[in-house]
Design a protein. Structure first.
Length: 94
């Protein structure tokens, strides 16, 4: 999936993890990937699971929701524009 020219999800995820810090008490992780993506948010079973924030290499940030490592929603916090992903559907709106 591509947003603003950046791949925000593929079946291979975001690439290799180069740094990961998980607070086991809160379940919040900061994960940095080799391609410059940074995810800060809920982490369960060694993958994104729940609400978080994804920062693209160009600095653009999206609020995200993941389920078992698969993204379900991306929201641009500046405009409110959202993309929701379902099993077989995708919807966009403000």
């Amino acid at each position: 999936m591509v947003i603003d020219g950046w791949v925000v999800w593929s079946k291979r995820g975001y690439g290799q993890i180069v740094e990961k810090k998980v607070d086991n008490e809160s379940g919040i992780a900061t994960v940095k990937y080799e391609n410059g993506y940074v995810y800060i948010g809920e982490w369960k079973n060694d993958q994104p699971n729940g609400a978080g924030e994804l920062t693209l290499p160009n600095g653009t940030k999206y609020l995200t929701k993941f389920k078992n490592g698969v993204p379900r929603e991306f929201v641009d916090p500046n405009s409110g524009y959202s993309i929701r992903l379902g099993r077989k559907t995708m919807s966009m709106g403000y």
